[in-house]
Design a protein around this ligand. Sequence first.
Ligand SMILES: *[C@@H]1O[C@H](CO)[C@@H](O)[C@H](O)[C@H]1NC(C)=O
Ligand SMILES: *[C@@H]1O[C@H](CO)[C@@H](O)[C@H](O)[C@H]1NC(C)=O
Ligand SMILES: *[C@@H]1O[C@H](CO)[C@@H](O)[C@H](O)[C@H]1NC(C)=O
Ligand SMILES: *[C@@H]1O[C@H](CO)[C@@H](O)[C@H](O)[C@H]1NC(C)=O
Length: 286
Amino acid sequence: MPRRRNNVALAIVLVVFAFCARYASAVGSTPHSTFSYKEGDPTGPEKWATLQKDWAICDSGTKQSPIDVAKVEVSKDLGPLEQNYKAGAAVVQNRGHDFMLNWTGGNGDLTIEGKKYTLLQVHWHAPSEHTVNGTRFDAEMHMVHEDSTKSKAVVAVLFSTKAGKPSKLLGDLKPYFERLAGKQNATEEVKGTVDPTAWIDNASGYYRYEGSFTTPPCTEGVLWSIMSKVADASKDEIDSIDRVKKSSVEPNARPAQTINSRVVRYYKAGATEGSAPAPAPAPGPT
Ligand SMILES: *[C@@H]1O[C@H](CO)[C@@H](O)[C@H](O)[C@H]1NC(C)=O
Ligand SMILES: *[C@@H]1O[C@H](CO)[C@@H](O)[C@H](O)[C@H]1NC(C)=O
Ligand SMILES: *[C@@H]1O[C@H](CO)[C@@H](O)[C@H](O)[C@H]1NC(C)=O
Ligand SMILES: *[C@@H]1O[C@H](CO)[C@@H](O)[C@H](O)[C@H]1NC(C)=O
C-alpha cells in the first residue's frame, strides 16, 4: 500500500517536472522572449544582444548607455534646456518592465541647443541607471524626446530618498503605479491633465553625452542630458515604482556601459570654463 502511494507521488512529480522542462525550453528558444535585468539569467543584460537579430548593437555598440558620470568637461556653449511644456491628457501604462506615462494630446516641447524636441513619453527606473562617480541613486526618470528628424533626446532626473522629502510628481502618480502593479500592458487614464513643466529643475546644471536607449534594441544616437541636481523622493514613492511586477521587487537598471572615447560635458549657468562641477551628493541608501 505505502509502496503504491509512492508510485503515484512519483508519477505526479514526473508530470510536473516534464511540464516545467517544457516550459523552460519554450522560454529559452522563443526568438521574441522578452528581456530581463537579472545578471546570469538567459535573458539578462549580458545576453540582450543575442535575443533578437536587431538587438546586436547592445553588445557591439561603442556608444551605449547608461554610464558612470565621472570625468566631465565644463562647457558653457551648451546653454540651458529651454522648457516650453504644457499640461495635457495622459495615460500610465505598465510595460512589464517599467511604468510609462504617455501624453495623448500635446504637451509642448523642449529646446536643446537651438533644436526643438517634443516630449514623447516618460518612464522610471529603480534604482538609477546612471551613476555619478560610482554613486547609484534610488530612481531615475527618463523623459524621452524626439525632434523633427526623429532624433531622440532623453532628459534624466535622478531621485534620492536621503532627505526623506516626498516628490510632488511621484506622489501624484503613485496611486496609478499602485493600481497598475503586476498588471502587464494595463493602462489607466490620468484624471485631469499632466503638466511636466516643473519636472526639470531649471536651476540645475546637467551632464551631456551621446549614448543609446538603455533597453533593447539599445539604439544609439541618443542625446543625453542628466540633471546634476538630484531630486527628492520618499521611500513609499520609490517602492511604488519598484512594484511593476507586484509580487517581487525587481530592479530595472542596466549595468554601466564602457564610455570608450566619449566625453561628458557639464553645463551650468554661470559655471566658468575649467571649473569643477558642484560635488556629487553623498551616496543614497541603494
Ligand atoms: C568625480 O570625482 C572627481 C575626483 O574627485 C572630480 O574631479 C569630478 O568632478 C567628479 N565628477 C562629478 C560628475 O561629480
Ligand atoms: C502614446 O500615445 C499615443 C496616443 O494614444 C500613441 O499613438 C503612441 O503610440 C503612444 N506612444 C508610446 C511610446 O506608447
Ligand atoms: C503584453 O503585450 C506584449 C506585446 O504585445 C505581449 O507579448 C504580452 O504577451 C502581453 N502580456 C500580457 C500579460 O498580456
Ligand atoms: C524657471 O522656472 C520658473 C517656474 O517654472 C520660471 O518662473 C523661471 O523663469 C524659470 N527660469 C529660467 C531661468 O528659465
